[in-house]
Design a protein around this ligand. Sequence first.
Ligand code: ZN
Length: 338
Amino acid sequence: MYGFRDHLKPMPLTGLRALLQGSSRYSIRMSSAGSIEQTFVQLEDGIQRLTLPLPTGPKHVHCYLANGTLFDTGLGLGDAAWESVDVERIAITHFHPDHVGGAAEAARATGAPVSQGGLDYAQCERVWGSDDWPERMAAWFVRHGVPVDVTDDLIVQGHAFASFIRYAVDPELLYEGSEVEGWQVLELPGHADGHLGFLRDGVLIGGDHLLRRITPAVGLYPESRPDPLGDYLASLERTIELAPRIVYPGHGEPIEDPAARARELIEHHRLRLDEHEASLSTEPSTAYEISLDVFGRELAPTQRRSAAAETLSHLERLVRGGRAARGGDDNRVSYTSP
Ligand SMILES: [Zn+2]
């Protein structure tokens, strides 16, 4: 996943089933929707970029290959010809479907071991490997004021999705300071709590930490780190300090001035924090109500939930800065100006 406006939109279950079974009907629909075919690009510094199609959102995701190390694996729709690629190991930036969904298949086809962040793998198992995650997530959204009709399809979609996110079980776990074939492992939390970057010779394989045109989604979700926007802003500051020469992202073109892009994103969130603060009053509002104010009312359910999660990450940042107060109880959480 990337920016919340691009999140996987509800897909008709017939389409999803067809996709799971590799039906050509769905591939025809995908190509007629203008999706990108699988492509290989040799980047200047000896890194190859493998682009795989996505059925929704930006319609593509990039994986990178450097000296036998494959970074990320796409959604796992069975369309990647892994057998034809020389892969000795696989490393995952984060557990979102379009990055980790193909990991088990890529590992099976190549015989390569998989490495994934320690915290990221714990969340990956919790979200994609547990039977009741969609219900727990839906209940949590309801506590933040999201109407039941907006959370209902989360349950259906969540269960349908979980069955085809084939992450690799028991990967080698990576942490800040680990190394993968000369690539320094960086923990860059924010877009995902356990998001990793891989840095070598000024090149950062960045996953969805930094994207060129899309603002990476930073939402608060249940059973996760409490202040993801605070994490993300710190990760952006760290990116400025590290000053990589180039970032190869999960979506879109390479970022040739990563520090400038990081500053833009910091500024974007500064303005967004101001907007959230301005929509607070002394009357308690739920995060859902505030998200209607900030992100508008004309959003499909998937985007509606992502907007609420994005609003929550901003509200919790404001709470920590003394600019908002959280109240309510176990049934309903609300926010006011302090
Ligand atoms: Zn993502």
